[in-house]
Every structure is written in C-alpha cells, then in structure tokens.
Design a protein around this ligand. Sequence first.
Ligand code: TYM
Length: 330
Amino acid sequence: MLDKKTIKRVLSGIRATGRLHLGNYLGAIKGMIELQNNPDYETFYMVADAHTITTPFSVDELRQNRKEIIIDYLAAGLDPKKSTLFIQSQVSEHFELSFYFSSVTTIARMMHLPTYKEKVKQYPKHNTMALLNYPILMAADILLYKADLVPVGIDQEPHLEVAREIARKMNQIYKTSFPQPQRFATKGEYIPSLTGEGKMSKSIEGSYINLTDSLDKIRKKIRKVPTATIAGGPITGGIKTLFILSEIFLPKKTYEEFKEKYHSQTLKFVELKDTLAEAIYQELKPFQEKRKQIASNLTYVEKIIKEGAQKAKTVAQETLKEVKEKMGLS
Ligand code: TYM
C-alpha cells in the first residue's frame, strides 16, 4: 500500500498526432521514465487524444495513433507494473473537471497565451472553443490526479502556470486541496529544429528525427542541417542544433574534441554529423526493436489500455467527488 503522505504523484501526456520525435523523447519521455523508476513517485501517463482534436485531424489517424503512443510508451521503457498508462478520453472525469475549472478562468487569460496565439496563426480557420480550452483541459488532466510533478518540455511552462493559477483559485474559493504542480525538467527540455530555427516540431517539415527513423534516414536528415562552410565563430543556427544534440548523445570527451576542433577551425562538419547520426541511432535501436515486438502483440496492448483506464478512473472519481461536494454540486 502506498503511503499517501510521502508518495507524490506525477502526470504527463502526449498528443496522438503521429510518430514521436526526438524532442518528445528527450523533453518528456526521458523524464517520465526517470520518475517512474523513483519509488517516491506514483506515475500516471496518458495519451492526450482529446487534446488532439483541438487542431485539424483525421479520424482514422487519430483512432490508430492513440494505440501507437501507448506502444511508444511501452517500447521506450514505461512499465505498466510501475506506471498507470491510459487514454485520456476513456476517463471522462477529465472533461467534467475541465468544465468546472472553466468557471474560474477568464476568456482574456486564455486568449493571451502564446501557445494559443501560435495555433491560431497556424490554423486561422480553426479558432475553436476547444483550442481556447486546451490549457483548462490540461489543468484538469494534472489536477484530477493531484499531481505535484509534470515531466514536459519547456514549451509547456505557460500551460503549467495556468494549472497553478486554477489550483490556487479553486483552493481559495472552494477550499479544495489541489497542489501547485511543477514542471520536471530534463537535460533535453528544449530540442532545437534541424533547420536551425526554432524548436523541433512535428508540424515543421525537416525539423525532426522520428524515433522510428533508420540509420540511413537519420544520417540524411543530420547531413542537411545547415552549417557554415568554414568552422569557427559564434555557435548559432544549425551549428547550435548539432552541438546541443552532440552534448546529449556523444561521450563528453568526443563532444569536447569536436567543439575544440570547431573553435580552432579544423572541424569537418561531415565527420561531426555522421558521428552524431550514428550515436542517435544507437540510442534509438533498442527502442525500435522493442517497438516491433510490442506492436505484434496487440492483445497485450489492449489489456494495458483497459487496466490503465480502470486504475486512472478510481483516482479521478475520488477527486471529482471532492470538487462536486465543495462546489455545491452534490
Ligand atoms: P505534445 O504532444 O505537443 O508534446 C509532447 C511532449 O513533448 C515535448 N516536446 C519537446 N520537448 C523538448 N524539445 C522539443 N522540441 C519538444 N517538442 C515537444 C512537449 O513539451 C511535451 O512534453 N500539452 C501537451 C500534452 C498534454 C499534457 C497534459 C502534458 C495534455 N495534457 C497534461 C502534461 C500534462 C503537449 O503539448 O503535448
């Protein structure tokens, strides 16, 4: 039996928008695994399928991708014996809590969020209520489990700030007992784009490496990273991306040698690029092999999903009961 006083809860999620990339892996999944393997935490990891419908999507792809993310989780090392793995929309309490939370959140606050503005710019014809409500649903995801820690990339910080504001307001007005969830940061909290501008993102072609990419594909993508013809000078753009990835994937000594060569203008970029591509592939290879195995056993995957929803629901119902009582809704 878990000791409720000392065990802290963790919740995170990834949208079901397609194949995962290195940014998702380094910014979120690595942190999810680290916390799962720490006995001081009880971990809940979901597929944020309802968040996926806040931007244009294909029904068939969504249906497929919900399962694919669970397979990715398992292949990356999330263990259903240690973590509750579930699909958000199968625990309807998320939506109910989200509606209650919307009563303490202003429209103006939501409209000012940088994440909202970016998406409206990207999909001007899809400026929906669901998109505006995105951070409120995310706050419900986290607070339904009274999670103290949320392993996500730095881009999610504005959403965590909203979750903390909602927790404070709910506690103040209705005397609920929500924690102030904090982000759990990894070394790869911000993985830059392969284009050398902005972050690695699924929606920017040429910016990412998928976790399922072959060595050949990774090599081709890394070779395309824009660099100067001569080494030396300030480390910016594509060169910065290469060095950030090198610091994560290469042994410290090799990374430092490449950096030294860069500054002394003796670096051959292709050498750095191919070494890096090989190192990334070596890290992804076990994941890719395990993924194939798991994907061939869908009965097992279905079982994990079903059990995960049941476990998540038990906790979710407890919180919702408290909220309804305190808000005069029961
Ligand atoms: P999503 O699917 O957009 O991103 C999934 C996770 O990947 C991280 N990430 C990155 N980290 C470092 N560098 C990058 N270039 C990079 N790109 C993506 C994101 O920070 C994220 O951790 N809103 C969430 C989904 C969600 C959620 C939640 C997360 C819904 N409810 C509750 C935590 C708790 C998202 O953006 O997913």
